[in-house]
Design a binder for this molecule. Structure first.
Ligand SMILES: O=C(O)CCC(=O)C(=O)O
Length: 362
């Protein structure tokens, strides 16, 4: 292939990206327009496609932790389980978490209803600027990634200042507000358990105000006509402190376990918790932010998932490993940085693997 060919390909791709973005259709809109094969924009490179083999079934590889009575006699054993899961995989499910099943179902249904509105309603809020409280877009890293993925997203800032109420689409407004209440309660419990799992005081993570800064993304993975040529969400780690994930029963989420991808199959009533990069850094590598991805959805039923990312909200502070977790045997693995520097770095990279965390290594 000569240089003119590659330049022409790059130009065609840029044009195709621009057309897709300006259509404001998202991938659901493409599908609804009758498309039966993937536009080249969505075809992933062979090194990714090669790994999309079905994961070996390993039902017990993701721990499921029962949170009942964890403020009383069961607390020490729950703290131990949470600490172990956060150290080994960075992912775990929780059950008996206190959020009623009807609320889980209502939240999924509300996000699905948003995505299934007529295109014109969604196009009004199709935007990529992250400063706004509410946005709808396809692929957060559309212009940074090598290939686009088969997924659309509704993003809502929940805190420290909730998006203006009239900006939150009416079709899901009340349910998003209800979800926001529930995730704060559960988030507080989880941050306490994770602090104690590191041998720190229960309030240590909350002191960084990471219950305040919350962003919700409601993903929609429509049926993909060629699921072996693309993905729903590329492999990445989350940038925040922790993520709380609600998924429906379709499946497709995978977590990396050593060199293997393992299915994180949906369990009715359970929520998924995972460790983000900042918590890996602050725990001085005690906890792991696990690599995960979502396969493109081969089912005629769309898949819906809702992630809430909790970030520290202390912009005056310098971040780095907790001094309590640094010793001569275990020196600080990361340098100090401000949240502004961290977030700037996050928004100028794609969703690829661990590149964010590596940037802050000591
Ligand atoms: O859809 C999912 O199950 C995962 C979502 C996710 O990993 C993310 O939003 O970062």
């Amino acid at each position: 292939m000569d240089v003119t060919d590659t330049t022409q390909q790059a130009f065609d791709r840029a044009q195709e990206l621009k057309r897709f973005e300006e259509s404001k259709l998202g991938v659901k809109g493409l599908l609804d327009s009758g498309l039966t094969s993937l536009p080249p924009l969505f075809i992933h490179p062979p090194e990714t496609l090669f790994t999309l083999k079905p994961a070996r079934p390993r039902p017990d590889s993701i721990p499921t932790i029962d949170l009942s009575c964890c403020d009383s006699f069961r607390r020490p054993s729950v703290v131990a389980e949470v600490g172990r899961a956060a150290r080994e995989l960075g992912f775990f499910r929780v059950v008996n978490h206190g959020v009623p099943t009807e609320v889980l179902d209502r939240t999924i249904a509300a996000v699905k209803a948003f995505h299934e509105q007529p295109m014109e309603a969604k196009a009004k809020i199709y935007r990529r600027e992250m400063g706004t409280g509410v946005s709808f877009f396809s692929n957060i890293d559309l212009f940074l990634s090598k290939a686009a993925s088969w997924r659309d997203t509704l993003r809502i800032v929940l805190g420290p200042k909730l998006a203006d109420l009239e900006e939150i689409p009416e079709v899901c407004r009340n349910k998003v507000l209800e979800w926001n209440q529930q995730v704060q309660q559960l988030g507080s419990l989880l941050l306490g358990l994770l602090s104690e799992g590191l041998g720190l005081s229960p309030g240590k993570l909350q002191e960084l105000k990471c219950l305040e800064k919350r962003v919700m993304v409601g993903h929609y993975y429509p049926y993909c006509p060629q699921p072996d040529l693309t993905v729903g969400l590329t492999s990445h780690t989350d940038s925040g402190m922790i993520t709380l994930l609600l998924q429906d029963q379709i499946g497709g989420l995978q977590v990396k376990h050593g060199d293997e991808w393992v299915d994180l199959a949906p369990v009715p009533g359970a929520l998924v918790v995972n460790i983000g990069d900042i918590l890996q850094i602050m725990s001085n590598n005690e906890y792991k932010s696990g690599d995960h991805r979502v396969l493109a959805n081969p089912s005629r039923e769309p898949r819906v998932s809702i992630a809430v990312f909790f970030y520290p909200n202390n912009h005056e502070k310098e971040f780095g490993p907790f001094p309590e977790l640094v010793s001569s045997d275990k020196p600080a693995a990361y340098r100090q940085f401000t949240l502004d520097e961290y977030m700037r770095r996050f928004f100028t990279k794609g969703l690829d693997g661990k590149s964010l965390i590596n940037y802050f290594r000591a």
